[in-house]
Structures are given as C-alpha cells and as structure tokens.
Design a protein around this ligand. Structure first.
Ligand SMILES: Cc1ncc(COP(=O)(O)O)c(C=O)c1O
Length: 425
C-alpha cells in the first residue's frame, strides 16, 4: 500500500472513502445526466431549491464583525461571553435553577461539536478502555475515539423484541452494558446524541431519558470508585420540539431528590454548525456539569490545555458574533425566528415522508426531530442501489439507510416513499 513505510499503523488504517460524499456524487452525476433525481444524501440543511439554508440573522452578525474579532486569537478556553452563552445553549432555562441549586459548569470552546467530542475522548477514559454508544450512531465517533486509543461497545437504539416499557430506550441492554464495563474499567463514558439523533431522527422521550439517567446514576452510586460520564451530543437539539429535554430531565431528577455522587459527570457537546448554520466557522463547546466547583475548575483547565495542545485556540469570530447577537433580546428573537423557519422545513418534510411511507407500509424507524430519518435494512447497499434506480439517492450505513430530510424537499417525499417501498419489497 502506498506510504506504508512512512505512515504509522494508525495512519495506515485510515481509509478515505466517505460513503456520504460518494452517494452525493452519484446524485450529482444523475442530475447532470438530465435525470429527475432527488437528493437525500448530504447532512446539511438545504432550502427546497437545493441551496444551502442560511440563518440570515447569524450571517448578518458575522458580516458586521470588527476586524480585530476576525483576526485575533480567542483566549485558550474561549471568549468569556461565548462560554457564558454556551451554558445557556446547553441547558436552556434550567441553567439558572441549576446554578441556584449550587451546581457548577465548566465550558470550553472547541472547533465545532467535533472538537468537543475530541476533548471528552481525550480526557475522560483511559487508553484501551471502551466508551458506550448506541448501535446506530454518527460514524465519526469511531475516529474521535480511535485517535485517543479508545474502543467502544454498543447497546441497541431501540428495545429489541418491541417491548415497550420505554419505547425509545433499551433499558435492560443499557444496564447490562454498564455492568459489563464496570467489571473491567475504572471509568465509564456514554455518548448519547439526543434529541434529534443522527442518523435516525429519534428523540428518546421523557420516560426514556429519566430511565437512562436513573440507571446511570445508580451505577455510579454502586461503583464509587468508577468515574461515570454521560455525554449528551446536542448537535441537532435546537431543531427539536424540546431542545433542552435533557436539561429538564436532569433538573427534574435533582429536584426530586436524585443524589449526585462525586464520581458522576454530565457533559453536553454543543455545536453551532447546524443551529446557527455556520458549519465552516467551526464553533462549539464542551459544557460540563458537576456540583463541586473544584471539579469543574479542574475540568476547565484540563480541557483548555487539551485544546492548546491539539488545535491551539478555537476560532474567535463566531464566538464573538454569536454571543453579541444573543446578548440582546431582539438579536435572540430574530435568530429564533429564522431557526423556526428552518425547523418548519424539517417538520414539513418529516410529516410528508411519514405519511407517504404509512400509505405504502414502508417500515420507517421512529423519527421525531432533526435532519434525518432512517430505515433498518439487512442489506443497506442493496436498498440504496434499488432506490437509486428510481432516481432517489440516500445513504447506506451500518444497519440501515439514512434519509436526509435536510437535503430533500417536502414535495420529493412521494417519490422517496415509492422507491423505499419498492426496495424493501
Ligand atoms: C451527531 C453529530 N454530532 C456532532 C457533530 C459535530 O458537528 P460539527 O463538528 O460540525 O459542529 C455532527 C455533525 O455532523 C453530528 O452529526
């Protein structure tokens, strides 16, 4: 293989083929060949005419940036105004009450949500240990973990056998996986992309979240010497019906008397890529919650030192512009009006897809929020190939096919449902 004497073992293992981009290229080729093709491939929100959807209020705020805010480094941990905003973006209205109850936050700016995930992977498990993910998850998780010498176990996205104690949370399998990890590791970390999961659009629901939190805290209480980190990846949450569902669950549990052991940490990885449509400005943060200030102070230091050693400081311009924008009531309202318009595009597309699939008995997975819908398939490539024959371009991933509602238009859905019905038969 080219470069084998130059690359290290980890480098040799890195393969270039990106499934999403290769299926997007096939859509573009079909379009160029004059086909009436529809694009359900890419993971960015497009307007119905196929152009990138842009939150105009954020765009205007970024264009008004003073020169120095574009050119200067940000402080290593991030701009203080942005760190303050990131706590509110992560915890919404529950933030204030958590602070009143004596909880503390550590926030560190990062290049997008990806940077926040890297910070967690780099610091919260030992090399050789395993993280715990759901079996359907965003592909790049593996890379962030691999690059930090971390493996992973999975538990099922949905309860197997259709048992419905918590319809969108496989509680028994989660607890078994936790027990298994507690037998062999002194640190546990769960990554959970919720609400508005990529690649399915699932949101766990209040019961599922409460059950998940309770199992995790119970495990932390029963295993005092084992660190327990629950990381919520909130990349799409600001397009969900309940954007701060996890914060509400956490606060509700605390107010109902849930104990919080010292070995338990909650982190939220926030990303402004989608919520503020600034994918390329690489802005996000890791926000950690713990009752003890010594712990959050230490985490702040560790995370900003990790950033320094990895990418130096995160980009400054969007940290500045977005926190300025949200600092006034009008700015925040104007942003949310644009966000609501973009959310409506997704809601209309999802409603149409669900109703078209229902008419044709297409077994779509439960899907509630965010950019994607999903269909489980034993042979995802065969399903995607069959859809492509009907000029519908989707993405075959492990265990199923991802339907990019973010890239399709509402009027494409009868065609998408027909292609899926044909492929699944
Ligand atoms: C599930 C999930 N988490 C995190 C991210 C991070 O995005 P970014 O690094 O662009 O902020 C993405 C982006 O696609 C994602 O899909």
């Amino acid at each position: 293989m080219a470069g084998e004497h130059i690359l290290n073992v980890a480098g040799v293992a890195k393969q270039g083929s990106d499934t999403i981009f290769s299926w997007w290229a096939r859509y573009q080729d079909a379009k160029a060949a004059g086909k009436d093709a529809v694009n359900g491939t890419i993971g960015a929100l497009l307007e119905d005419d196929g152009n990138l959807a842009i939150n105009k209020v954020v765009d205007a705020a970024v264009r008004a940036a003073p020169e120095v805010e574009i050119s200067a480094y940000a402080p290593l941990a991030g701009l203080p105004s942005f760190l303050d905003l990131s706590k509110t973006l992560a915890f919404g209205e529950s933030r204030t009450r958590l602070e009143e109850l004596g909880f503390n936050f550590a926030a560190t700016a990062s290049p997008g949500g990806s940077g926040a995930l890297y910070l967690a992977a780099n610091n919260l498990l030992e090399r050789g240990q395993s993280a715990l993910l759901r079996d359907r998850h965003w592909g790049p998780y593996k890379g962030f973990l691999d690059n930090n010498g971390i493996d992973f176990l999975t538990w099922p996205l949905l309860p197997p056998n259709g048992h419905d104690e918590h319809p969108y949370f496989a509680a028994d399998e989660f607890e078994q996986s936790l027990e298994e990890l507690c037998q062999k590791q002194d640190k546990i970390m769960v990554w959970l992309n919720d609400p508005a999961h990529n690649p399915t659009g699932l949101s766990m629901g209040a019961e599922g979240r409460a059950a998940c939190l309770s199992s995790f805290v119970t495990s932390a209480l029963n295993n005092e010497s084992i660190g327990h980190t629950l990381l919520i990846d909130s990349a799409y949450s600001l397009y969900a019906d309940e954007p701060h569902a996890w914060a509400d669950t956490i606060l509700g549990a605390i107010e109902s008397g849930m104990p919080w052991p010292e070995n338990f940490l909650i982190c939220v990885a926030i990303s402004l890529s989608k919520s503020h449509t600034i994918y390329g400005l690489r802005t996000g943060a890791l926000v950690c919650l713990h009752p003890e200030k010594e712990v959050t102070d230490r985490l702040s230091t560790v995370m900003s030192v990790t950033g320094r050693q990895t990418w130096s400081a995160a980009p400054r311009v969007a940290q500045y512009c977005v926190s300025e924008m949200h600092s006034s009531e009008e700015g925040g309202e104007a942003w949310s009006k644009e966000r609501d318009r973009l959310k409506q595009l997704l809601d209309d597309r999802r409603t149409n897809l669900k109703s078209e699939c229902e008419k044709l008995n297409v077994p779509l997975n439960p899907t509630m929020d965010g950019f994607f819908a999903w269909i489980e398939a034993d042979d995802p490539v065969a399903v995607a190939e069959s859809c492509a024959e009907m000029d519908v371009y989707l993405v075959p991933l492990k265990g199923g096919v991802r339907i990019g509602l973010c890239a399709l238009s509402a009027s494409d859905m009868p065609k998408v449902a027909k292609a899926l019905a044909n492929a699944m038969s």
